[in-house]
Design a protein. Structure first.
Lengths: 530, 354
């Protein structure tokens, strides 16, 4: 069931009624029922996967809970610190076994459906290289909706329980709701148990305040997705399906267009997710913070897909960097390479490994792996160049605040990310590098100016509609420039008539200019495929 | 609280006004070809609902029978409820719809629609269904006609079907915002131009010439409904050169008519008798008759009707005569205007009736 379908709106209305009619204590159960129905629409068979994840997670977290409780009870009966430490170490070891068992199954499911064919394909290629006349058939598993997202959210929960940062849920159905909560299951954000559980089970009544604020956010999400992303999408398909015809300047145009489409698609989906949750009184983490205003790639990744970035940082990068093995490696490198580089090399290796996995998480293709590694390499280079940058700023102290310099940094970061992102849209790593190189070897500005956008299946009116949409989003972004929610600005600074008029205009622009209904292929969100 | 409710009510009212205003603006006005036929269906509801004959069918009826000739020469009042590729179940539900307003003495159904057993084309569906007034017949007609690409929402709110017309909005959309132009006269599309039938497309052979179950089912229902309302049902096949009317289809209709004791007239058998010359009497190379051909066909048909059913000549009824004479005057004015335009510009400039 697409967020941007009439079915979803009808589903929401029914769920609102059901939720409101349910006693407060059981409202979370209404949300669970809604989530399961929503998930079943993607394919009832997929319920098997998500239910397996839920059951395994429940059993293992209960195992961990028993272990920690037992350890605490034993510690209560002794004053001996050494013995207490020993009990804790024993408990940690057993808890780790539960954790590993859960991770093997939960991540194994993800690996099975998402990466089996990738491994088979590459194995066949290697066998071919080796001259072995044998190849394996593909398994072609159907990818359950949002499996990457709910798996990571579950893994985060498992790790939090193992680290005793979260109390495991004793009610398996509540755990099921945490894993499958329908607004976030399509494309995230990847919520932390600690934050989400604060409001997820509260069963707050539907309130005018939440409904209007959430509704406004949902409307903005629909606007971004339908008026801009889906309207421009056919042009991007043409640009990337025939790369040999659209090289050089067209390549720059393509990656610029992809940046706009991906941003509108992804943030639009997240707006709908957060807005819908807000209508039920559930608070979800923000996933974006005006990323295209970033002045460096490091800053960009603290503003774009924030929950994924912080997940990898907190659950993978930090533990890996601080692991015993890595500390030993650091020691070794410092001895061999000296204090400076020796200290940084293990960090860089961790960084590359994490970005490799980030790429792999996005998709089982070499393109995504290349995308991840490219991010890692650029961040690594940026870190290596930090001393140089510091010296530059020490020499030119005021330039940091110079408007033109800031614009140049934003411009540079934006285009650098666009280039890296081109791995998403072209088939094959070599092909992508070829397109990048075409900017130098075959720019073809006159060809670009002569052909323009006439071959991209869209009418001029489509571009006008999309540009109008972008202007509206820029205005909304401007309203929220000081970190203030644009809805608060709208409420505080506008007379109610003007406020309603703004909402009405956005609503009717979505209804009229939106790419939906007859003549359009309803398109799932881009991040849903990850 | 009270302020909030007032604000919400104002917002809802404003939304409703803007939504329906936009819907009206974006919905096609069918003021110029192609698609002129889309405006014909709604014109029935502007009539006086007093008709002796109701014609039902596809393009083979709305351009081929001149209701004014039937009036002027036989005193018969009639209305054509026909649209392009009008499917038989649409004709059936249009008959049901007609019975909400009047009970004609006779229903004439053109049998070419028997060839279709399944919904065909969304665009043609729209030409028929959008103009129907809401009621159970329309709901059933939509339900029976929807193709896979259609949905209820866009039938209930055509806004969702025509929203993309924002890029084609023109002067006519504003000019006819409050009232759509009249494009037919008693459902008859007046065309005085000529495009001779220089050749006839070779008929495409079919694997199966048997009419479908669904088509027969609705034809049977049409027989039952007309009988229940004491209406004479006449089956006709219009005298157009194509689409091809195979002998196998003819046999099935003849059998059906005999079984149900219905009058069936295949005008293809009487082309010479009618006096049709497809060098002069068609505006679409043999696909439809022009107004002069339609007058000839109406004359021939009127004689047959008088012969078999003796419908009353109503030219003596003062109110009826006043109404129909005004229509006839308008009709002749439009024909004269089209002829003048053809002489002056070589083509018809204005297809509207008023």
């Amino acid at each position: 069931m697409l967020f941007t379908s009439a079915h979803f709106l009808l589903f929401l209305l029914i769920l609102f009624a059901l939720y409101q009619c349910t006693p407060q204590k059981l409202r979370w159960a209404a949300l669970l029922l809604g989530s399961m129905v929503f998930y079943a629409f993607a394919g009832p068979i997929f319920l098997l996967y998500i239910c397996t994840t839920i059951i395994v997670t429940y059993i293992c977290t209960m195992g961990m809970r028993r272990v920690w409780e037992k350890s605490a009870q034993r510690s209560d009966f002794t004053e001996d610190k050494q013995l207490r430490k020993q009990y804790k170490a024993e408990a940690k070891a057993i808890s780790k076994r539960w954790l590993v068992s859960a991770l093997v199954i939960v991540l194994g499911l993800l690996a099975m459906v998402k990466y089996t064919d990738f491994v088979i394909g590459n194995t066949n290629v290697v066998l071919g290289w080796l001259g072995v006349d044998r190849s394996f058939g593909f398994m072609r598993f159907a990818l359950p909706m949002g499996i990457s997202f709910y798996t990571f959210q579950t893994v985060g929960y498992l790790l939090d329980v193992h680290r005793q940062k979260a109390q495991p849920l004793a009610n398996p159905l509540k755990l099921a709701l945490f894993v499958s909560f329908f607004p976030q299951v399509v494309q995230g954000p990847i919520s932390r148990f600690g934050m989400l559980s604060e409001t997820l089970y509260s069963g707050e009544s539907l309130q005018k305040h939440n409904l209007s604020r959430g509704g406004m956010r949902v409307l903005i999400g629909f606007f971004k997705k339908l008026v801009i992303a889906d309207r421009l999408w056919p042009a991007l398909v043409v640009l990337t399906s025939y790369p040999e015809d659209f090289r050089g300047a067209f390549y720059l145009f393509s990656i610029f267009m992809y940046a706009v489409i991906l941003f509108m698609d992804f943030t639009g989906g997240i707006d709908i997710t957060i807005g819908v949750a807000e209508m039920f009184g559930v608070k979800m983490p923000e996933n974006f913070n005006r990323p295209f205003y970033s002045r460096s790639i490091q800053e960009y990744w603290t503003r774009w897909h924030i929950t994924m970035y912080t997940w990898f940082r907190d659950y993978l990068f930090y533990p890996m960097t601080l692991s015993k093995g890595m500390l030993r490696a650091t020691k070794f490198c410092r001895r061999v390479l000296g204090d400076g580089l020796g200290k940084r090399i293990p960090v860089h290796l961790s960084l590359l490994w994490v970005w490799f996995l980030t790429g792999l998480w996005h998709g089982a293709t070499w393109n995504f792996i290349a995308w991840g590694l490219a991010n890692g390499i650029v961040i690594m280079l940026a870190q290596e160049l930090t001393p140089l940058k510091n010296r530059f700023h020490a020499r030119f102290t005021t330039i940091k605040h110079n408007y033109l310099f800031i614009c140049a940094q934003i411009f540079w970061t934006f285009w650098l990310m666009n280039m890296i992102r081109s791995f998403d849209i072209y088939a094959g790593v070599r092909n992508t590098f070829g397109m990048m190189a075409s900017v130098v070897t075959d720019f073809g500005l006159s060809d670009f100016l002569a052909r323009g956008v006439s071959e991209l299946t869209l009418y001029t009116s489509d571009y006008i509609a999309a540009l109008t949409g972008v202007a509206v989003i820029l205005w909304i972004s401007y309203l929220g420039r000081d970190g203030v929610d644009f809805r608060d600005k709208l409420t505080q600074n506008f007379h109610w008539v003007a406020r309603y008029a703004v909402i009405g205009i956005i609503l009717f622009m979505t209804l009229v200019l939106g790419a939906y209904g007859h003549g359009y292929d309803a398109r799932q969100f881009i991040y849903n495929q990850f | 609280m009270r302020t909030t409710i007032v604000r919400i009510l104002i917002a809802i009212t404003a939304f409703t006004v803007v939504f329906f205003g936009l819907q009206r603006l974006l919905t096609p006005k069918f003021a110029t070809p192609p698609g002129l036929e889309g405006g014909m269906m709604r014109e029935y509801y502007r009539s006086n609902f007093d008709h002796d004959i109701i014609f039902l069918g596809d393009c083979e009826v709305y351009a081929n029978f001149s209701p004014i000739t039937l009036w002027e020469e036989f005193g018969i009042t009639s209305f054509i409820r026909g649209t392009p590729q009008q499917l038989i179940w649409q004709s059936y539900y249009l008959l049901q719809d007609t019975l909400r307003f009047e009970t004609p003495r006779m229903v004439v159904f053109n049998v070419l629609a028997m060839q279709y057993n399944e919904p065909q084309n969304e665009a043609y569906n729209r030409l028929t269904l959008d103009g129907m007034r809401w009621g159970m017949p329309k709901i059933r007609a939509i339900s029976a006609s929807m193709t896979e690409e259609e949905d209820w929402l866009s039938h209930v709110f055509p806004f969702f079907r025509y929203k993309d017309r924002w890029r084609n909005i023109g002067a006519n959309d504003f000019r006819y915002f409050f009232r759509s132009p009249r494009v037919s006269l008693q459902g008859f599309m007046i065309r005085a131009d000529v495009e001779p039938a220089e050749w006839i497309p070779f008929p495409t052979p079919r694997g199966n010439y048997q009419f479908g179950d669904k088509a027969y089912y609705y034809l049977e229902r049409m027989v039952t409904l007309t009988a229940a309302n004491n209406i004479e049902l006449v089956l006709v096949k219009a005298p157009t050169l194509y689409p091809n009317w195979p002998a196998q289809w003819e046999r099935q209709i003849v059998d059906f008519a005999q079984t149900h004791n219905l009058l069936y007239i295949n005008f293809l058998d009487y082309i010479e008798e009618i006096g049709l010359d497809f060098n002069y009497h068609t505006f679409s190379a043999g696909l439809d008759l022009n107004v002069f051909g339609a007058e000839k066909l109406a004359r021939f048909f009127g004689e047959r009707v008088q012969k078999y059913f003796s419908l009353p000549d109503r030219r003596g009824e003062a109110d009826t005569a006043e109404h129909w004479n005004a229509l006839a005057e308008l009709y002749h004015r439009v024909v004269a205007r089209q002829v003048a335009e053809l002489e002056r510009y070589g083509r018809i400039q204005c297809f509207r009736i008023e």
